[in-house]
Design a protein around this ligand. Structure first.
Ligand SMILES: NC(=O)c1ccc[n+]([C@@H]2O[C@H](COP(=O)([O-])OP(=O)(O)OC[C@H]3O[C@@H](n4cnc5c(N)ncnc54)[C@H](O)[C@@H]3O)[C@@H](O)[C@H]2O)c1
Length: 434
């Protein structure tokens, strides 16, 4: 059993803390957000994540996981310090390192024994050198007082703890094999391919993986448009493609594009990183452009059904989160789509099974967030489905007929593909007008 600390208890930090404690380590989770820490101390999750709550309570009851907002307490006498703060997108598309550097500074201030600082945040090439500078300003010298490592996280929100305990691979980048081995040892109970690399390679493994997933989404959206223009069915095409083991089925679901807290920002950061190093990544830019045009495409479909004018039309939106089975609305494509509809004069009523609360703080006040699906349909001129929640596949469309003004659906995710409602005009991604 090793004692370790995790700085930054967001999705990645909390899943890592609970995961490491489940592996039998003694973990201190530290976050500067006092309200979040108070909640966690009571054994409550600060966000929805399937199955994580049970693991959290179990490790807390065993005394293997505690939470604090005191960075000194978290890093004092600690050899393994993991950093999992956010690296959001800066205005120019590069990764904003301010949280990482702020965390590094506070760690540097209180570190009192040799430590291995392992970054779990998605952090670009060059960021660990910036971290080193910050630690130096606190009088801590790399190699003498501490070492750095990079251990990217590949979890998917919604299955975070499962992914931590059953990862596709564990990657540790470090300057020396001994440091990489020490970090790897913390995962010794996990049976997965384990890859020890340089820090740069580990950083690029993370960025390239996310760029590849984004590429798959943009690719299938391209094929969806081709299918629509030829009268083919993208869902059948994707199924047939996915049966090839060289291709696989994952990330071949057409929709409004890739959103969420990782893919958009990581692709942009890779583009910026690449440009700064002297290479112009045309292919990555095309992935991004396709994602942007997908947003416009969905808006055009809505506009087309409304005769080109959205003023005083009511659009009922089903789904706000960036994907189903999460309450996360960060960078969800519902945000630019709804914002644009509002700008064009539409009224928007929206509902999400899990994301309503988070949406209230992100969406403009003029979006009416509804407590029930039925509320969304009230006086709606068109229903727009933006997230593939299973709940929407099983709706009783017949019951809604007396509530809406028009029987029109734009299904931007294809959730109705197996049960297209009768008596409604439907446009579906990858199939066109039905
Ligand atoms: N969310 C995901 O699915 C996912 C998956 C893989 C990798 N990542 C990467 O992991 C990193 C974290 O993402 P996230 O979604 O967990 O972010 P998050 O915003 O949910 O969590 C970050 C946490 O860090 C805390 N924090 C910020 N500065 C701090 C400081 N100086 N000291 C202590 N705490 C501080 C914040 O209060 C917040 O709770 C990002 O780089 C992200 O790209 C995220």
């Amino acid at each position: 059993m090793e004692k370790l600390s995790v700085i930054g208890i967001g999705y990645v930090g909390l899943v890592s803390s609970v995961g490491f404690a489940t592996l039998g380590h003694k973990v201190v989770g530290m976050d500067k957000d006092k309200r979040k820490i108070e909640k966690l101390k009571r054994g409550e999750l600060p966000f929805y994540e399937k199955g994580l709550g049970e693991y959290l309570v179990e490790v807390m009851n065993k005394g293997l996981l505690e939470f604090t907002d005191d960075v000194e307490y978290a890093v004092k006498d600690t050899r393994y310090i993991f950093i999992a703060v956010n690296t959001p997108m800066d205005e120019d598309g590069s990764a904003d390192l301010s949280q990482l550097l702020e965390a590094g500074k506070s760690i540097g201030k209180y570190m009192n024994t040799f430590a291995i600082l392992t970054v779990r945040s998605t952090a670009p090439v060059g960021s660990l050198e910036a971290l080193e500078n910050v630690l130096e300003s606190e009088g801590k010298i790399r190699g003498k007082d501490y070492e750095l490592a990079y251990n990217p996280e590949f979890l998917r929100e919604g299955t975070g703890i499962y992914d931590f305990l059953n990862p596709s691979r564990i990657v540790v980048g470090a300057d020396s094999p001994e440091i990489a081995e020490e970090i790897m040892k913390l995962y010794e109970k996990i049976n997965a391919p384990k890859l020890k690399t340089s820090i740069k390679d580990a950083q690029l493994i993370k960025y390239a993986s996310n760029a590849f997933l984004a590429a798959r989404v943009s690719f299938i959206n391209e094929i969806a448009s081709i299918c629509e223009s030829m009268g083919a069915d993208v869902f059948t095409v994707a199924e047939g493609m996915g049966l090839d083991p060289r291709i696989g089925r994952r990330y071949l679901s057409p929709g409004p594009g890739y959103g969420g807290p990782c893919l958009p920002k990581d692709l942009m950061a890779l583009i910026r990183m690449s440009e700064e190093s002297g290479y112009h990544p045309e292919f990555l830019e095309a992935i991004h452009r396709k994602n942007e045009s997908q947003i416009r495409k969905i808006i055009w479909k809505v506009k087309g059904f409304m005769g080109g004018v959205l003023i005083n039309k009511t659009v009922g939106v089903l789904g706000l989160t960036f994907k189903p089975n999460t309450d996360d609305v960060r960078n969800s494509l519902s945000i630019p789509i709804i914002t644009r509809l509002l700008k064009m004069g539409a009224k928007v009523r929206a509902y999400d099974p899990m994301g309503n609360e988070n949406a209230k703080s992100i969406f403009p006040d003029d979006v009416v967030i509804c407590d029930t699906v039925k509320d969304v349909f009230k006086d709606a001129d068109l229903i727009l489905i933006l997230t593939a929640w299973e709940e929407f596949a099983n709706l009783s469309w017949k019951d809604m007929e007396g509530v809406v003004r028009n029987h029109i659906i734009v299904d931007a995710v294809g959730i109705l593909r197996n049960k297209v409602p009768e008596g409604w005009k439907v446009w579906m991604i990858g199939r066109g007008y039905l």
